[in-house]
Design a protein around this ligand. Structure first.
Ligand code: BES
Ligand code: MN
Ligand code: ZN
Length: 497
């Protein structure tokens, strides 16, 4: 994609599409006012007649607008001007881009950058992200001729001052890197479980590192994991024919600095094991590796930007299957930390692989460690598909993550941890049980992981809700790649002040 900025009038630009915004009560955005003046009141007339709506995100595609050189004007509702901020900007762009996504638009000029309520950097970045999101298609598994998406090649931004151009450029570059990471995460999530196996995840990580001097990958097999004492992780793969892998990626962009370690749950399919899940929608458990996909995707984004930071990714990758060798409820296993775990439910497997990955990660002496996992159905009930669940043992780290979520529009909401909840994990037979009962299921899962993170600055993101959508938009979302990437950008001071 090519990007440009312009301080000139939108009506004079020969692009395939100009996006302009309409506020509530027919108030014209800056680009819309200019187009309306050139077209002698056309927009105002269409607002009066109801053909153009100020409703946030509702878009009308207008062609042959007089005195406008662009082939199309997309007039999109911005809602109330007093409420127009980054989230509304993004929703408006989603509406505008979806409206033209079936056309053969090759170039677009976005004038919404002129509206108050955001910064040039994030305006550009989120536009690039929305474009990537709108154009994303998962067609790898379809046979026959595939419909080509809108051939968008050029994306431009109207700016008020020339000095904003550098911020726009940087936002576009970062947006592209985030798109690269998020579409990789989506692809991995959308691939079927007979393709996206632990070995496939490992190969994907290795491919990313090929030809990149800063990035290296090591893949541990089951024998090596056994030698390390990962009895908890290995108990999850016991029933599976597909071998488990521990994928370790290291990106070195900042010399000897302590790394940020990202740990991602990589259950390539979760049947529940002997505690078998019900059949309805079980296919969706192919998304149970979206934590892994998002940390690998974030690594792809970091590497694409060549950030001056050190990041490690650790992915425990397994398939959770029932079988003659499978772990059964009541089994007690010994984790790499030495702590023993009574497995009361084999469907609470994510924490069993993550705890050993967290213990393994201690060797990196992380500056911060963040695990990302589709961990609990309870999180979907609590927060739905809007916020990821955040738990942490460090307030500063939690605040950084919440702020990155706000800035990137990929939000998280903090939940408490603490001994009151951890008590629910008590076992009469082992150091702890792997489930804590029906109440506060997301938090007790977090508490379980917290027993393996003593002395580290740790945060846990439960992405069971946000990692994928159902219904007619069924598929992986690529979240939380934008949040994690923003966090890392902030940590190496690569965001504009
Ligand atoms: N992968 C699931 C969590 C999940 C459920 C993610 C629904 C997305 C949608 C996880 O392994 C699991 O099965 N969790 C159990 C835990 C329970 C047995 C304590 C759950 O949430 O039911
Ligand atoms: Mn499970
Ligand atoms: Zn699971």
């Amino acid at each position: 994609m090519e990007y440009f900025t312009t301080t000139a009038k939108a009506s004079g630009r020969a692009v395939d599409c100009v996006i302009v915004g309409i506020y509530a009560r027919g108030k014209l955005g800056i680009g819309a006012a200019e187009i309306d003046a050139a077209a002698r009141g056309t927009l105002k007339k269409l607002i009066k007649s109801g053909d153009v709506s100020p409703h946030l995100g509702r878009a009308a595609v207008l062609t042959n607008v007089e005195n406008v050189r662009a082939a199309r004007v997309v007039a999109v509702g911005l809602g109330k001007s007093s409420e127009f901020g980054p989230a509304e900007y993004r929703r408006a762009l989603v509406g505008a881009l979806r409206a033209v996504s079936r056309t053969r638009c090759g170039s677009i000029l976005n004038t919404l950058t002129l509206e108050p309520g955001g910064t040039p950097y994030y305006r550009a970045r989120s536009a690039v992200e929305v474009a990537g999101e709108t154009l994303y298609r998962f067609t790898q598994m379809k046979s026959g001729r595939k419909k080509a998406p809108m051939p968008l090649k050029k994306l431009g931004f109207s700016i008020g001052k020339r000095s904003e151009a550098a911020h726009i450029e940087r936002g576009c570059a970062h947006g592209e890197a985030i798109n690269k990471g998020a579409s990789l995460a989506k692809d991995l999530g959308n691939l079927p479980p007979n393709v996206c196996t632990p070995a496939y995840l490992a190969r994907t990580a290795q491919k990313l590192a090929k030809g990149d001097g800063r990035l290296s990958v090591r893949v541990l097999n089951e024998t090596e994991m056994k030698r390390l004492g990962m009895g908890s992780l290995l108990s999850v793969t016991a029933g599976a024919a597909e071998p488990a892998k521990l994928i370790v990626m290291q990106y070195r962009g900042a010399g000897k600095d302590a790394p940020v370690v990202l740990v991602g749950k990589g259950v390539t399919f979760d049947t529940g094991g002997i505690s078998l899940k019900p059949g309805a929608q079980m296919d969706e458990m192919k998304y149970d590796m979206c934590g892994a996909a998002s940390v690998i995707g974030t690594m792809a984004a970091v590497a694409a930007m060549k950030l001056p930071i050190n990041v490690n990714v650790v992915v425990p990758a397994v398939m959770n299957m029932p079988g003659g060798d499978a772990t059964v409820p009541g089994d007690i296993v010994r984790s790499m930390s030495g702590q023993t775990i009574e497995i009361l439910n084999t469907d609470a497997e994510g924490r069993l692989i993550l705890c050993d990955a967290l213990t393994y990660s201690r060797r990196f002496k992380p500056a911060a460690i963040i695990d990302v996992a589709t961990l609990t159905g309870a999180c979907v009930i609590a927060l739905g598909k809007h916020h990821a669940g955040l738990m942490a043992n460090d307030d500063a780290l939690a605040d950084d993550i919440l702020a990155a979520g706000q800035r990137s529009g990929d939000r998280a909401w903090r939940l408490p941890l603490g001994d009151d909840y951890a008590q629910q994990l008590k076992s009469n037979f082992a150091d702890m049980a792997n489930i804590g009962g029906r109440e506060a299921g997301t938090i007790t899962a977090g508490c379980f992981l917290g027993k393996f993170t003593d002395g580290m600055k740790w945060a846990h993101l439960d992405i069971a809700g946000v990692a994928w959508l159902g219904g007619d938009r069924k598929g992986a979302t690529g979240r939380p790649v934008p949040l994690l990437t923003d966090l890392l950008l902030g940590r190496c001071r690569a965001l504009p002040a």
